[in-house]
Write a protein that binds this ligand. Structure first.
Ligand SMILES: Nc1ncnc2c1ncn2[C@@H]1O[C@H](COP(=O)(O)OP(=O)(O)OP(=O)(O)O)[C@@H](O)[C@H]1O
Length: 582
């Protein structure tokens, strides 16, 4: 947790002054039993009503000043803890944004969400407790014992017996329940994962009538969490009866022995009452200490999870240099003996390469079709160009410069990527398209829509380009979303356009119109078209055939029909012999 203290640096004043105010309140709280004793001994016993009123006023004053101190501390704790949470959350979000796909895959999106929300909340609460109670509670527990000793040392033996006993009970209960808190946090992660999958995949779940299955999965995870919470609850439930039992025995002992001391003249009645008050103050303070242990144990687990995110460095670091100049005459894209494995070790630990020894070049302005069976490595290959992942072996160059040397903004401006899954963001159609180019004119946006075959349906919308897009683009069909994501990439006027199976939801006629428009209107743009459909890639200048991560062929349709067995098989599985030969 110490590592996270840096996020409190703007709140030093609150972190220092807050506990001081709370300590002042605790001092007043310790004085109150003495005033009570004084009222009993010098006011009640002698029947001096005026004295009772005067001292009652002093007590009220102590209470009011104590309350003011507590309120000031509360405010400081709120400012510091909320501020700390905000700064930490912003930093985590910024840091997560530097992650490559590899780190995001490793943590998993649901876990990252739980860390940035629940774990930060836990830490925020711990900061508030740190300011409000970490000094106050032990001070009060100890102070009450010391005050009792100052009043009457022999009777204070009751404290010296009862307090360690209460401490022991707290220790036994806490040491058994604390490990469960860590487990509960992991189980919460699982619930978050299932909820996310279930809610984002609600349509698929309905389509496959898997609601019962998903509900059962959620119920199992939730029940699992409940079982653990109940186990902790049962343990914690022992705390109050046991500690109160000890305290009440201690009170009996105080009244019993205190009575004897009063009879022998060693103590006054008021002092016995003060002892009883100090006893309950000690107990309450110790319970607070125990709860603080729980809070800080949970916070320590959360701090570990937050630090794990903050300390994870991206596996795709951005170079420190400024923009690079392309090499004249170099191929637009060059793969030089490229291999990539998702685990980064290329099979040493049994994991195989997703792509292996890819070696080819692509000229500027070429249209390349990339075809292959599912899982053959098509998406992996194209994701190496904009550096979503870094190659495990070999190198990828764009215009003669290794992609690792490009500043991200320069590389990603050059490469327009349309991912397999069409993602839109809440806003308007125009605001989504401007992700590609913030300064695009209306004309440029319309042009991008026209090439992407999206202009007709956008024009039919009452608000046209200003039509609202709901979260995830849910108010558009799959094919419409795909066309909008293509338009978004085109709006950025990239030099290299990658369509990663991004026309799969289009009907054949629209798909063909899209390819024609791309060919006619994007002169000079290098286009990589990933598809499982032969009809989509057939007319490309060249087709790259992937088979289980390796390159099975690269050439025109006719050349590959002649020379590439894998390509011929794919063609004949989708087209008739006549169509394939055409
Ligand atoms: N994020 C990932 N983590 C680990 N392995 C992955 C990941 N993404 C893909 N793979 C594995 O890498 C291999 C190649 O996957 P890739 O997605 O590149 O294939 P693809 O040809 O695009 O498939 P499809 O046509 O089904 O989209 C597969 O074996 C897949 O299981």
């Amino acid at each position: 947790m110490r590592k996270l203290a840096r996020f409190l640096k703007n709140y030093r004043l609150q972190v220092i002054l807050g506990p001081i105010f709370k300590l002042t309140e605790a001092v007043f709280e310790l004085i109150v039993p003495i005033v009570t004793a004084d009222i009993i001994d010098n006011g009640v016993r002698t029947g001096d009503v005026g004295y009772v009123w005067r001292m009652g006023g002093v007590m009220l004053l102590l209470g009011v000043v104590g309350l003011c101190c507590a309120l000031v501390c509360q405010k400081m704790a709120s400012i510091a803890s909320q501020g700390f949470g905000t700064v930490l959350r912003n930093e985590m979000y910024r840091h997560i944004n530097t992650f490559s796909h590899k780190e995001i895959d490793r943590f998993g999106t649901p876990s990252l969400i739980t860390r940035i929300t629940n774990d930060v909340n836990q830490l925020q609460y711990a900061v508030a407790m740190l300011i409000r109670l970490v000094i106050r509670a032990p001070f009060l527990a100890l102070g009450a014992v010391v005050m009792a000793m100052l009043i009457d040392l022999p009777l204070a033996i009751v404290f010296l017996v009862a307090t360690p006993l209460i401490g022991l009970v707290l220790y036994l209960v806490m040491s058994r329940s604390v490990p469960y808190f860590k487990v509960m946090q992991k189980k919460l992660d699982r619930i978050s994962l299932i909820s996310r999958e279930g809610l984002s995949g609600a349509r698929v779940i309905r389509a496959f009538s898997k609601q019962d299955h998903e509900e059962a999965r959620f119920r199992t995870a939730a029940n699992d969490q409940t079982d653990t919470a109940i186990r902790v609850g049962k343990l914690s439930a022992l705390l109050n009866p046991l500690t109160y039992l000890i305290m009440n025995f201690a009170v009996i002992a105080i009244v019993w022995f205190g009575g004897m001391r009063v009879t022998s003249g060693g103590m006054t009645q008021g002092e016995v009452i003060a002892f009883v008050n100090y006893m309950s103050q000690t107990l309450l303070a110790l319970i607070v200490v125990a709860n603080l242990v729980v809070t800080f144990t949970k916070a320590a687990a959360s701090a570990g999870r937050v630090n794990e995110v903050l300390e994870t460095e991206t596996s795709v670091p951005e170079p420190a240099n400024g923009p690079v100049s392309p090499k004249q005459g170099a191929p637009e894209i060059a793969f030089s003996h490229v291999s990539f494995s998702y685990s980064g070790d290329g099979g040493e630990h049994g994991e195989k390469y997703a792509v292996k020894d890819l070696d080819f070049t692509i000229r500027k302005g070429e249209t390349i079709g990339i075809i292959g069976g599912t899982g053959s490595g098509k998406s992996t290959l194209v994701s190496l160009i904009p550096r979503f992942y870094d190659v495990t072996e070999g190198s990828v160059s764009v215009e003669g410069i290794n992609v690792k040397e490009y500043p991200f903004s320069q590389l990603r401006e050059k490469v327009g990527m349309v991912p397999q899954l069409a993602e839109l963001f809440s806003g308007t159609i125009a605001s989504n398209l401007r992700w590609g180019n913030a300064h695009a004119t209306q004309q440029e946006l319309e042009n991008a829509l026209r090439i992407a075959q999206a202009k007709d349906f956008v024009d039919r919308l009452p608000l046209g380009l200003e039509s609202p897009v709901s979260q995830g683009g849910k108010n558009f069909s799959g094919g419409q979303k795909q066309r909008l994501t293509i338009a978004r990439a085109l709006a950025g006027k990239p030099e290299i356009l990658i369509l990663d199976d991004s026309a799969s939801a289009l009907d054949f006629a629209t798909d063909a119109a899209l390819r024609r428009a791309l060919k006619a209107e994007t002169q000079g743009m290098t286009v990589l078209m990933v598809s499982q459909r032969v009809s989509t890639v057939k007319a490309a200048d060249r087709i790259l055939v992937l088979d289980d991560g390796t390159m099975a062929g690269l050439g025109t349709h006719e050349e590959l029909m002649e020379s590439c067995e894998v390509y011929r098989e794919i063609c004949l599985s989708q087209l008739s012999r006549e169509e394939a030969a055409r």
